[in-house]
Design a protein around this ligand. Sequence first.
Ligand SMILES: Cc1cc2nc3c(=O)[nH]c(=O)nc-3n(C[C@H](O)[C@H](O)[C@H](O)COP(=O)(O)OP(=O)(O)OC[C@H]3O[C@@H](n4cnc5c(N)ncnc54)[C@H](O)[C@@H]3O)c2cc1C
Length: 358
Amino acid sequence: MAARVQAAGRTKNNATEAGTTRSQWLEEGMERFDVTIIGGGPVGLFGTALASLHGMKTKLIESLPQLGGQLVTLYPEKYVYDVAGFPEVLAKDLASHLIDQALRYHPTISLNQTVSRLEASPDGAYQLCTETATHETRTILITSGLGSFIPRRLPEPSAEAFVDHGIYYFVPPLAHFQGKRIVVIGGGDSALDWARAIADIAAHVTLVHRRGEFRGQQATVDHLQGHPRVTIRTFAECVQFRGQENLEEVVLADHRSHTEETLAADAVVAALGFVPDLGRLKEWGLNLKGGSIVVEGPMRTNRPGIYAAGDVTTYEGKEKLIATGFGEVGNALGHIRGYLDPRKRGGLPHSSNLKIQV
Ligand SMILES: Cc1cc2nc3c(=O)[nH]c(=O)nc-3n(C[C@H](O)[C@H](O)[C@H](O)COP(=O)(O)OP(=O)(O)OC[C@H]3O[C@@H](n4cnc5c(N)ncnc54)[C@H](O)[C@@H]3O)c2cc1C
């Protein structure tokens, strides 16, 4: 039996390619699922694998036309070094492994659908509404991460004309920067990591940060400081972007010397972070704190049958890491299984005790 991948409107994408070659594209029905997972990032994908491995009838809904979440949308070409079992792995490859694992146990996957409305049925089940469909489910697991990916924009009006014509909030494949002069803007891990990755192939990288100290890892700052093709400009800001159709130069203001300088630039990567936005999920009556969903011990929200895991959640001591999200989603599904069938309370059994047929 193949995994079922459903999509609204335009479909198919690179990240799901591995899965869709083994998949059918079926019409949506009003089947009731045991668990519906909202968000196909790493945590939702691992949750999809676990839920279906443990016999729950599982659906995953993803708003983008591709699976993988931040791994494929924000940093596909970067190496990740802190996921168990992988000494180092490219983010897009990690996503691909997770997609393979999720599709192995035949879940139903709906792409291109953003969950917006929630309706409770009298018998305790829920209906989840997207622009194009209604999904019926006994429980819900929210793994919507950052929510919609809304990048923090450059404040200078001259930047707008060059978005995707030299100014990038979503980084294209790195080959795009081969042999070019690149400006990376930002002071966090994202800016530092992109500067490092791009420096390996670009003619030159200028890293611009308006403060004196970087918020990201010192080891990466040290690496960039010693890199022959990297210039670091702190206390500096890009105040103007110029060019014809495509970006050609950037005006850099130095806040200490109060001088301005024009840099030739083929591209700017604006790594200023993303604004988390839960979208319509904010209206579901869930306890929220700082734009995240408050969960208790077993990743339970304040509404019965609704659980959450991954970056979307908050609790004391929360770390927004892939490894943390994997643990959280296992915990959540152990409790969802017990919620669905009280005889199965007590968490997920060891998978090594299962007899698996795929
Ligand atoms: C540049 C960068 C580097 C990073 N490096 C590391 C690292 O080295 N190690 C590490 O552990 N972590 C790293 N992280 C953090 C890591 O990527 C996140 O912790 C992880 O992606 C969280 O996974 P998630 O599944 O919870 O959410 P996400 O990856 O954000 O996925 C959520 C998914 O839900 C979908 N969605 C949202 N709302 C809806 C809706 N209403 N309906 C349907 N779908 C919806 C989104 O489209 C998205 O695909 C990094 C992050 C960034 C930005």
